[in-house]
Design a protein around this ligand. Structure first.
Ligand SMILES: Cc1ncc(COP(=O)(O)O)c(C=O)c1O
Length: 494
């Protein structure tokens, strides 16, 4: 057996490889080789000290020293006296075999439906850098609007309240937050509910996903607004639901020919994306349809806090709390990055929602829930909503003025009364020109996002080019410069 010499206690000692037929040493050797092949350790990377490694593995230092020694002997590691070994040159991640990428083992029906969805139609925030001068991406808020001091104070307070044990919380959400929300929803939106009817979710998207899984079986039909919110449509379709797109107009969802379905997803306070408010007649017709068919209605009140020149309209939920599941979010008032939202559901559905939430992620992170409960209890959240509503009203006014002054009658603006975005239709510009306009705007530093991907892929598409202009992430200067640049781009395109 070939002996190896390793440093230890200030001198070199001889070890015979046979000494470490020891199972732990062999496992360490295999693990390090695997990490090197996978690229987790790159050539030149230093391995942890034998002391650290031994502590992590619960092994003795001698065992780790032996394992390192074997890897040195095999040429995986290089050692210099007195230093930790490094990974030898020429080793590293091997390119994955094509079969690994293209042939996953067995995928569930859910996974196959997911992959079949047109996910490419969605903007992908991680890979798309915002346009440098003005990105009108809908859904962003301005970082400067986040109430940093109030949030930090609230987080400090809840972190300092040391609990004797750190244990999982209620899957439905923090009782303090649910009770604060109950009061807020009554004051702000006229909703009467008990805290037991509220489920705190990780963004309203999780609420939609839970609704999909609890209310739909594969093959069940769901009504979805056309155009509508793609992530809602995808959540229901991934669960196996069959989309029944129903056209919207300036008064929201049209209700004269609602097809039979298990559920309907609607945005009655501010139709996404076109911005209409569901008329009283249509509200009644939708509720009558639900009563007749036994369907559930999911009311997404994603930006109900923002009404600019019009009086608030009570949510659909207030008219029929037994048929409507109300979804709300803090993504439009605090930050989309917090992932905090809520559902208000009829009491009969709560056990299923609570159990589904527990299986999904136990509960939404508790520290943030409790910090938010603090903001609600001390009135800081409502003060913040008033302030951000005012700021966004100002942004909207700047945007509308800039559109009128720079582009004038060749643009039709839709859905500006409420929310945080408008839709701009370019008169006499064919929808087919959208990609060219987007590319030219991008080159000028302006990010534009078309409406067309939000239409049912199998149905009629708008003839004119249209763009969703989100304004909540931009200051007045960026809004003005962005629209001025857009005007130049459009003039060049005509
Ligand atoms: C129609 C609609 N619903 C809900 C949301 C918010 O989703 P979440 O609460 O998951 O951030 C958005 C965000 O852009 C939206 O456009």
């Amino acid at each position: 057996m070939r002996p190896i010499w390793l440093p230890g206690n200030g001198q070199f000692r001889r070890f015979d490889v046979v000494q470490f037929t020891d199972g732990v040493a062999r496992r360490i050797i295999a693990a390090i080789k695997e990490q090197i092949h996978a690229g987790a350790y790159q050539p030149g990377d230093r391995l942890p000290s034998t002391r650290t490694f031994a502590a992590e593995w619960g092994a003795s230092r001698t065992t780790v020293t032996l394992a390192y020694g074997q890897l040195i002997a095999e040429g995986y590691l290089l050692s210099r006296a007195g230093t930790r070994p490094i990974v030898a040159k020429g080793l590293g991640a091997a390119a994955p075999a094509p079969a690994q990428i293209s042939a996953p083992r067995h995928l569930s029906g859910f996974a196959q439906r997911l992959l079949a969805l047109a996910a490419s139609a969605l903007p992908r925030p991680a890979t798309t850098q915002p346009a440098p001068i003005a990105d009108f991406r809908y859904g962003d808020l301005a970082g400067a609007d986040f109430p940093v001091l109030a949030w930090r104070r609230a987080l400090n307070r809840v972190s300092l309240r040391r609990k004797p044990r750190l244990r999982y919380g209620d899957p439905q959400g923090s009782p303090a937050l649910r009770s604060g929300l109950q009061g807020y929803l009554w004051r702000a939106r006229g909703i009467t509910c008990s805290p037991e009817q509220i489920v705190i979710v990780s963004g309203s998207q999780q609420g939609l996903d839970l609704c999909a899984r609890l209310l739909l079986d594969p093959g069940d039909a769901f009504v979805i607004e056309n155009p509508g919110y793609l992530l809602a449509r995808h959540a229901f379709a991934a669960a196996g639901g069959i989309a029944r797109p129903v056209l919207v107009d300036r008064d929201g969802l049209t209700t004269d020919a609602l097809p039979p379905a298990r559920l309907a997803y609607v945005t009655p306070s501010h139709q996404f994306p076109l911005g209409g408010v569901l008329s009283a007649t249509r509200r009644r017709a939708l509720l009558a349809w639900a009563a007749k068919t036994g369907a559930s209605i999911i009311e997404d009140d994603y930006d109900g806090e923002y009404r600019h020149d019009v009086a608030p309209i009570p949510p659909l939920q207030t008219l029929d709390p037994a048929s409507v599941i109300y979804a709300g979010t803090f993504s439009k008032t605090l930050s989309p990055t917090l992932r905090l939202g809520y559902l208000v559901a009829p009491p009969s559905l709560i056990p299923a929602f609570a159990e589904a939430k527990r299986l999904t992620d136990r509960h939404t992170p508790l520290l943030e829930q409790e910090a938010l409960a603090e903001l609600l209890a001390e009135g800081a959240y409502e003060r913040h909503v008033r302030s951000i509503r005012r700021k966004n009203s100002e942004r909207r006014a700047v945007l509308l003025q800039a559109l009128a002054e720079e582009i004038g009658p060749s643009v039709t603006v839709e859905g500006a009364d409420t929310g945080l975005h408008v839709v701009a239709w370019l008169k006499d510009v064919a929808a087919g020109r959208e990609p060219a306009i987007i590319a030219a705007a991008r080159a000028a530093g302006v990010g534009l996002h078309p409406v067309s991907p939000l239409y049912d892929p199998a149905g009629l598409r708008p003839r004119e080019a249209g763009f969703i202009l989100g304004y909540a992430g931009l200051d007045s200067d960026a809004l003005r410069r962005g629209i001025a640049l857009l005007a130049t781009v459009l003039a060049g395109q005509r």
